[in-house]
Design a protein around this ligand. Sequence first.
Ligand SMILES: [Zn+2]
Ligand SMILES: [Zn+2]
Length: 94
Amino acid sequence: MATTAPAPVRHRPTITRTAGQVSTIYRFVCLCGATGEEQAARRMALMDLNQHVLSLPRVPADQQCRTPRTHGRSPWEPCGLCADQTSLFDLEVS
Ligand SMILES: [Zn+2]
Ligand SMILES: [Zn+2]
C-alpha cells in the first residue's frame, strides 16, 4: 500500500461580484471551500476574506517564501523552493 501524503489545502481567497436585483452582491470565496456571507459592500466581503486569512495556521519561519512574487506564493503558503534554499545556506535568524 502506497503512502500518499494528503494534498495540502490550497487557499485562493477572492471576492466575487454578482449583479443582484437591487444592488451588486459581494461575497468572499476561497479555493479551500470557505465562503462568506453575501455582502452589500465589497469592504464587508473583504473583511470576511481577511478573517479567513487570519484564521489560517502560520507558516513556520523556515518555510515562508522570501520572494512571494517570484514564486507565486501567498503569505499563508509554505514555499518548497525557499525551504530548499534555506537548507543550503546558514541563514541568520532575525
Ligand atoms: Zn481558504
Ligand atoms: Zn519562495
